[in-house]
Design a protein around this ligand. Structure first.
Ligand code: MG
Length: 163
């Protein structure tokens, strides 16, 4: 029972609009595509959802309170830098990530060829094994804004342990 009290769950969600003239960066991987995600940073929705899940699990609010999107310091920033800063916060607050499960919703391009590289990037930034991170992708069967190719969505769920 005491072990159960030391577990905390976190959930994160992010979405960005697909536009011309931007790189498509997800999970730290630049994916060849005719459009990219619009945002103040590199708009990596996978990392943003993961950061929000980790911050949520720690009870520390959300990514916007740590990295405001009107702060010039974060303009065009590689979101992996933000993830590493969130990882530092976990260490500082004595949390460890047990596992993360991430879902990407995108009508196109195909995510499958890039999922392994994303896992390698994220686990490297968090100092954990690749098998502690699962990333899967789905279309929305052409329904809604994702299905029309207007944007990409990412969800993340994490389980944290406290020491
Ligand atoms: Mg975002």
């Amino acid at each position: 029972m005491s072990d159960i009290k030391k577990m905390r769950i976190g959930h994160g969600y992010d979405t960005h609009r697909l536009v011309k003239g931007r790189d498509l960066v997800l999970g730290g991987v630049t994916i060849p595509y005719e459009k990219g995600l619009e945002g103040h940073s590199d708009a990596d929705a996978v990392i943003h959802a993961l950061c929000d899940a980790l911050l949520g699990g720690m009870g520390l609010g959300d990514i916007g309170s740590y990295f405001p999107d009107n702060d010039p310091e974060f303009e065009g920033i590689d979101s992996r830098i933000l993830l590493r800063q969130v990882n530092d916060l976990m260490s500082k607050n004595a949390y460890a990530l047990i596992n993360a499960d991430i879902t990407i919703l995108a009508q196109s391009p195909k995510m499958a060829p890039h999922l392994t590289e994303m896992k390698v990037n994220l686990s490297s930034d968090l100092g954990i094994d690749t098998d502690q991170i699962n990333i899967k992708a789905s279309t929305t069967e052409r329904m809604g804004f994702v299905g029309r190719g207007e944007g990409i969505v990412a969800y993340a769920v994490v389980l944290l342990s406290t020491s």
